[in-house]
Every structure is written in C-alpha cells, then in structure tokens.
Design a protein around this ligand. Structure first.
Ligand code: SAH
Ligand code: AVI
Length: 324
C-alpha cells in the first residue's frame, strides 16, 4: 500500500492515506481529553471493514437492508435524477455493494470509490473492475474530511456524489454541514448528491441495532483497541473493556463507548493513559434525523432537496440534492 498510484486494466488506485504521524497525534489528543474519544474512521482497517460487513447482515441492523430495498425499488427514478453518464463519486464506499445496484442503469463515465480502509478499498475496486469491464474506476484512499483535490483529475461531466449508509450520521451536525458544503463545491452547477440517511425511531429498535445478540457490533467496537495498539504502540487489553451503546433521544444519536471494567493504566510512548473503573472511550456517534431535520441540514449547506425516497416503514431515507 506504499505506492501512491497504480493501474490495472480499468481500475486506477490513488493513495492519499493520512500519514501515520498525523493519525498518532490525532488519536493521542483524543485519548488525553477529559472524555476520552476517538474519531470513528479508526474503526476501519481490514479487520474493521470486514466486521462492518458482518454488521450489515445482522437481523437487528436494519439500515443496510432497508436502503438496498429503497435503491432497488426506486432505481429508475433515482437514476433519472443522477443522469446516465455522470461521474459517480462515493465517499466511504466500503464494499461498493450499493453502487453496484445503480451501475447498469447509470452507466457512469467513471466511478470514484473513496475510502480510508486502503487494502479493503483496493480489493473491492479490483473485484468491481473485473465484474464491470466497461467501467472506468478511479479508487482513492483518503480521509473524505480532508482535501478533495483528486477531483481535478476526474473526467469532465456531471458529478454525482453518492453518500449512502447514513455515514453522514457519524459526523457531528456542524461537520455534516461542512462536509455537504465541500461536496457542493465539487459538484459544479448541474451536479447532485444522493445521500442515505437513517431516521429517528423508537429507542428500542435503535438500541437493538447497535447491541446485536451475536456480539458483532461489540467486536467491531473492541477491534479499535487493536488499531490503537498498532498505531500508538500501546498495550490496551480488549478483555478489560466492554462495548456500551445506547440511544440518547434528546441528542438523537446512538453513542458507542468502550468502558473500562476496572481502574487501569495503559503505557503509551513513555507516558501513560489512566482509566477509573467505569470510565469510557467515546468511539462513535450515529445521528438519526427527522425528514425536517435533514432538509434543514441540506439547506444550511446551500443544497436543494429535490426528492426523497423512503421504505414503507419509514425507517430509512435516500435524498437527491442539487447545487441549485
Ligand atoms: N457506503 C457503504 C459503507 C458504509 S460504512 C455502505 O453504505 O454500506 C462507512 C465507510 O466509510 C467505511 O467503508 C469506512 O472505511 C469509510 N470511512 C469512514 N470514515 C471515513 C473517512 N473519514 N474518510 C474516508 N472513508 C471513511
Ligand atoms: C457506517 N455507519 C453509518 C455505521 C452506523 O450505523 O453508524 C457504523 C456502525 N457502528 C456500529 N454499527 C454500525
């Protein structure tokens, strides 16, 4: 993964993964805060991406299944909004399964999957390239909250940013507005964004989705300690921490934490990180929106909400936004 550029057949790979030094400083700063916290992007190494895939197949985790249904049912309308031949850009592309649903009807002039999980992205893009030999794929390993300078190298034409999965919910609302503003700045005049957003619903249903009985979400959460150990050369012992996830109705977000079972001190680079019994690392927020709340968010980013599609139970929503 050291190589910055490579090309195999119809798939090119561009690596702008943040430097390890930057990741170390960011992680350390988070672990030194009064409420210890990390950015959820650290979940996604090869193992984390695979665990996320398992989460998407869990009976309790309705978002992936439901968004699939919406994309399938309304594929024709959605494709008409995006338009055939567009440059289709997916930040946080994961296994690219959702883009696959739209590729045949969209016939994009290029597909641009962007993900922080380098090896996983590389493999997903190669596989997609083999399945769709007519498709030009420019895969970019990058933090989608940083510069999008790579868009300068993309072909001309209408740009559509596809941001499914409610990945937008993992951003603080103000960061979500900044993200959508950045999206708007690369869309040009006639571009659009297709955004998947999880909706506010009963606390029980939401809580169950992040506390599956098989313990996969717990494994996903705990895996981040391995990631921290690799990056910071620490010795966090996952057996000393437990997964804790709950819905905060007031803040309309799931919070995920790793709670220390006992008082402990973890060595870190000649220094230490101390935990009291019951103290946690806040690992993720997953905001849930009302339709009104998301419309306001889009408006704050100067995007026009053209159309929304929902499933029958109104669990999840997909929105087409234009630059206006
Ligand atoms: N789009 C897919 C995957 C969603 S999971 C779907 O809808 O199922 C979120 C994805 O975003 C993961 O693949 C993760 O690696 C990626 N990701 C998370 N934070 C990121 C960041 N800051 N920059 C780039 N990719 C990120
Ligand atoms: C990627 N993201 C939208 C997922 C979510 O639901 O917030 C990540 C996840 N965390 C726990 N389960 C799934």
């Amino acid at each position: 993964m050291e190589q910055r550029q490579s090309k195999t057949g119809n798939v090119s790979f561009h690596n702008e993964h943040p430097e390890a030094g930057d990741s170390r400083s960011e992680l350390l700063a988070g672990l030194q805060r009064a409420q210890k916290a990390i950015n959820p992007k650290y979940f996604y190494d090869q193992q984390g991406s695979q665990l996320f895939d398992q989460i998407t197949r869990l009976p309790e985790y309705y978002p992936t299944r439901t968004e699939f249904e919406i994309l399938q049912k309304y594929r024709a309308q959605i494709s008409a909004h995006c338009e055939t031949g567009c440059v289709f850009i997916e930040p946080g592309s994961g296994n690219c399964e959702k883009a696959r649903l739209l590729l045949d009807s969209l016939q994009p002039s290029a597909f641009v999957p962007i993900d922080i999980s380098a090896e996983y992205l590389h493999a997903a893009a190669q596989e997609l390239g083999r399945e769709y030999p007519w498709l030009t794929i420019h895969a970019v390993c990058a933090d989608f909250n940083r510069s999008w300078s790579f868009v300068d190298a993309l072909p001309e034409g209408k740009r559509v940013v596809f941001y499914p999965g409610s990945t937008i919910g993992n951003l603080e609302p103000q960061d979500a507005i900044d993200f959508l503003r950045r999206v708007r700045s690369v869309l040009g005049e006639n571009g659009g964004a297709l955004v998947g957003v999880d909706l506010h619903k009963s606390s029980e249903r939401l809580s169950a989705a992040y506390n599956d009985t098989a313990g996969v979400t717990a494994a996903f959460n705990l895996n981040v300690l391995e990631r921290i150990n690799d990056l910071l050369d620490t010795e966090f012992d996952a057996a000393q921490f437990r997964h804790h996830a709950f819905y905060d109705r007031e803040k309309q977000r799931i919070e995920m934490h790793l709670v220390s079972d006992r008082a402990q001190t973890v060595r870190c680079n000649g220094s230490t990180i101390s935990f009291e019994a019951g103290e946690s690392i806040h690992t993720e927020n997953s905001y849930k929106y009302t339709l009104q709340g998301f419309a306001e968010l889009a408006q704050s980013a100067d995007l026009v909400l053209e159309r929304s599609w929902l499933d029958d139970e109104k669990l999840f929503s997909v929105h087409y936004l234009s630059a206006g």
